[in-house]
Design a protein around this ligand. Structure first.
Ligand SMILES: Cc1cc2nc3c(=O)[nH]c(=O)nc-3n(C[C@H](O)[C@H](O)[C@H](O)COP(=O)(O)OP(=O)(O)OC[C@H]3O[C@@H](n4cnc5c(N)ncnc54)[C@H](O)[C@@H]3O)c2cc1C
Length: 224
């Protein structure tokens, strides 16, 4: 069994370019393309968002790759306007060399601070892994074995959403009402978006109590 930390890789993007492209699309509505200046997108986007004219944000998208647990993707895939490609528990057999003959579980130490609870969780994962491998030895198919995999099982996910849907997802999933395994990964993403596209994301609130030291590692990649 392997305990692993979650991470998020973000496909390199240029926030200003994205906002300018949205501005250009939006100005079709008013045929005001002639009013475009170096920074006219700032006022325009601010007006659109204040008035709820948010469909213009759908013209641009961003893709990320996430290492998370099943609980994360169970919740996040409820968002209907995002696209997902997810490591399959039906096709990935964790008894194979490719996976190190073991199951990887996302370490919940960011939000399970009590030692006894944490140790009990570890014991439980060890037992589950043992039974998964035993099922394989008995000839169970991967389809059968996946029935014993818990929410903590690690999985890679590629996720794409347009800017409007990202804003919506981050509004819901960075709040302290969302599961900590989701906040841990999406708060750093929100903070990146706030830095690169403040006109769109600056007012999205997040759980400021979630300790920064527990954020998932975020990197920006040329290719995911
Ligand atoms: C804290 C929290 C707790 C939750 N608990 C539960 C739970 O216990 N059980 C459970 O089943 N789910 C739960 N959910 C999931 C939640 O109900 C939504 O399914 C999920 O957050 C997806 O968000 P969304 O509906 O806004 O959809 P998205 O798919 O992200 O859609 C974006 C927006 O498009 C519009 N839209 C999309 N589809 C339609 C439609 N068919 N009709 C009208 N408008 C539409 C809505 O305005 C929607 O907000 C929870 C979510 C959160 C954040």
């Amino acid at each position: 069994m392997r305990l692993v930390e979650p991470w998020i890789k973000v496909e390199k993007f240029d926030g200003v370019k994205i906002m300018k492209k949205i501005e250009r699309a939006c100005r079709t509505c008013y045929r005001s393309e002639g009013n475009i200046t170096e920074d006219s997108y700032k006022k325009l986007l601010n007006n659109c968002i204040t008035r709820g004219h948010e469909s213009v944000l759908e013209h641009e998208k961003i893709t990320v790759r996430i290492y998370c647990d099943i609980g994360f993707y169970k919740d996040v895939t409820r968002h209907r306007f995002a696209s997902f490609s997810i490591e399959s528990t039906r096709y990935c057999s964790y008894n194979k060399d490719k996976y190190g003959n073991e199951i990887a579980f996302i370490n919940p130490s960011a939000y399970i601070k009590d030692k006894e609870i944490y140790d009990t969780w570890v014991e439980c994962m060890e037992e589950i892994e043992k039974k998964y491998m035993k099922l394989k030895e008995l000839g169970a198919t991967t389809d059968m074995c996946r029935l014993v995999l818990p929410h903590s099982t690690a999985a890679e996910v590629t996720m794409t959403a347009n800017i409007r849907e990202w804003k919506h997802i981050l509004e819901l999933r960075c709040s302290n009402k969302a599961h900590p395994s989701i906040r841990q990964i999406l708060i750093p993403l929100l903070k990146l978006f706030q830095k690169e596209m403040p006109e769109i994301f600056a007012n999205v609130e997040y759980d400021r109590e979630f300790p920064e030291k527990d954020y998932a590692k975020l990197t920006i990649e040329e290719e995911l």
